[in-house]
Unconditional design. Structure first.
Length: 250
């Protein structure tokens, strides 16, 4: 999976160089991989009557549910990208770059089955889409508008590109029943001090905390911090200290 920082770097390049930015999706990505070992499986549910007692299936390709599938898909895709002239970034194994004769570059980032493609010339992107479609079953999503829960807004006249997670964060607030809370200027007030829970606090809040998915909430906030809200880094660092033994105060 491509690193989130690689996505932000690519979007910065797109804004700075006024590149075209398109998005693709690979249909049933894990079915494209080639197996390197023999794997057998029981008759699929609903097809048992077509098999004799003791008969099993020999898999010819990878499939969803196999632990090998993600790796085999990555190997298949990587091999093809190198075959058509791309180089894999030494700093991110899911980022590919190809230099063109006019001095510009083509960039492709892949996150499991989602791809971002950027280039100066739309014709170059169209040719790449065609090559990928000939090898894999693809879905052309057109100009990139959303990736990994981030909304991409672009003003090419002003030369700006912005990221937002309004929809994602709204769902997070709704999930944890805090969507009606008041807005504040800072994520965590300087006056708010948190301390490790005492044994007495753990016992008194034990029943209440059973209904509070504290670790999930911290993870949800951390995801937005990584993508679009670096201002949350301090408060995430604070609340992460109490994930093993949280109480109502936390």
């Amino acid at each position: 999976m491509v690193k989130h920082v690689s996505i932000r770097i690519l979007l910065a390049i797109v804004a700075e160089e006024n590149y075209e930015l398109e998005q693709l999706d690979v249909k049933t990505a894990f079915l494209h991989g080639d197996l390197e070992e023999k794997i057998f499986m029981e008759a699929p549910e609903g097809y048992e009557s077509q098999f004799k007692q003791g008969e099993v299936c020999l898999l010819n390709k990878t499939m969803y549910g196999l632990k090998q599938s993600p790796r085999r898909w990555n190997q298949k895709f990587d091999s093809y990208m190198l075959e058509i002239g791309f180089e894999r970034s030494p700093r991110d194994k899911c980022a590919y770059i190809k230099s063109l004769e006019d001095g510009s570059k083509v960039y492709l980032l892949i996150y499991v089955d989602d791809m971002l493609v950027a280039a100066r010339d739309m014709q170059v992107i169209s040719e790449l889409k065609q090559k990928l479609s000939e090898k894999f079953e693809m879905k052309d999503l057109g100009a990139a508008k959303r990736i990994l829960g981030m909304e991409i807004s672009r003003d090419r006249v002003k030369g700006t590109l912005t990221l937002s997670q309004v929809d994602y964060l709204s769902k997070v607030l709704e999930t944890y029943n805090v969507d009606q809370c008041k807005f504040v200027v800072t994520p965590l007030g300087a006056h708010l001090k948190m301390h490790a829970a005492t044994e007495q606090q753990l016992l008194s809040d034990e029943e209440y905390m059973k209904s509070v998915p504290y670790s999930n909430a911290v993870g949800s906030i951390m995801y937005s911090m990584i993508d679009t809200r670096p201002d949350l880094a301090y408060c995430v660092g604070i609340i992460s200290r109490f994930m093993s033994k949280p109480v109502k105060e936390h």
